[in-house]
Ligand binder design. Sequence first.
Ligand code: TRP
Length: 448
Amino acid sequence: MEKTNRVSFGSKLGFLAAAVGSAVGLGNIWRFPYELGQNGGFAFLIVYLFCAFLIGWPLMLSEFAVGRMGQSNVAGTFIKITGTRRWSWIGVMGAVCVLLVIGFYAVVCGWSLEYIYQAISNQFSGQTPQGLSESFTIFTTGTWRPILWLVIFLIINCAIVVGGVQEGIEKTSKVLMPFLFTIIVVLCIRSITLPGGLEGLKFLFTPDFSKITPSVILSAMGQAFFSLSLGMGCMLTYGSYMRKENNLGKTAFQVVGMDSLISVLCAMTIFPAVFALGIDPSKGPELVFITLPNVFNHIPGGYFWGILFFILLAIAALTSTISMLEVITAYVSEQWNINRKATAIGTTLVIMLLAIGCSLSLGVWSDFTILGFNLFDFFDNFTAKILMPIGGVAISIFFGWVVDRKSREAELTNGGVLQLKYLKLYTFLLKYIVPLAILAVFIDQLLR
Ligand code: TRP
């Protein structure tokens, strides 16, 4: 393969920060705790960890390897590796999928900014749980405020991606990720030490394996995909900026480990607080935006903890949306030969339109539905249940079956430099377990 002068991340730590930044997002703080609460606590956690390490890790390693091997964007890399356009649809589909995901994701990102504002201006205080719930509904179904916040969020996001891989994405991640980790640890300690908080830990860590049902396994796998940013070329694009001497397997393992650790810490923050106040732990998506402000109202220093929590949510969301915008920016600017800055700005404008549509679909446009879903839920379901699994299977088949064994192993071992004890296990997981497991989930979802 010809040598390229593709930009790369400046350091291993910088890469790790960016990849963990992509993985850690609303999926960890907002989605994981409520999935866990609704799917039986500890049993879900165990199943989740199995999915993350046995399916997520091989897939992430494959995305890294495919990206670094072709040294190109999400579609270009398949063309460079095979010399034909036959497989580039995987990448095009990935880019489209990212566009739809960021469309609804950005709406929730905007909410996080509104809640930072509400926390700072002390608006939770004195409100009853009922009042908090009403003001959440009034805000999210409103027209202008959510749009204002999502536009602000997307402008910040765009500015970082315009800055480039090293100066924009890497620098931002290196500053924000340690900060994010510190906030989570502090919040977690605060929550566990609340009177009655230990009950929450008991709920989290009491095994009840009778709760493991097929539907729990499916939810856990979907969650692993989403949380690890897999199936639509995010990790592939980041992998293309990795240096030839980096150890891909080890890095993928570290990303999966950090992401899982942060998910567990988030659950260990939220449930003790929820139990300390005697709130039902099986709340859905409103857990973070309604239940938590109620918690902050009742704990000492709640004003301060509330601000910290929503800043955490916004930072985590930002480092994830950066990775999504980068996928599309790299794809469009490289494949269509357009200047990177112009592409990032143009893409952001398109994303804004989609996100505004999603936001309005919760309010004034709620009558407009596709297959019975409003736009927001349609984007969410269509990407998570259809496009991401197809993308995941396609990547595992491509790297496991289409790429020949010699090139695959050369990429994984950095040309024979690394001795990988897990090579056999990895290949087995990649060729058989990953595609079959995803297909099982996929078919099961279609039959529902
Ligand atoms: N992983 C992020 C989260 O947990 C979301 C995300 C970023 C994502 N990039 C992605 C999800 C690519 C799927 C695919 O919030």
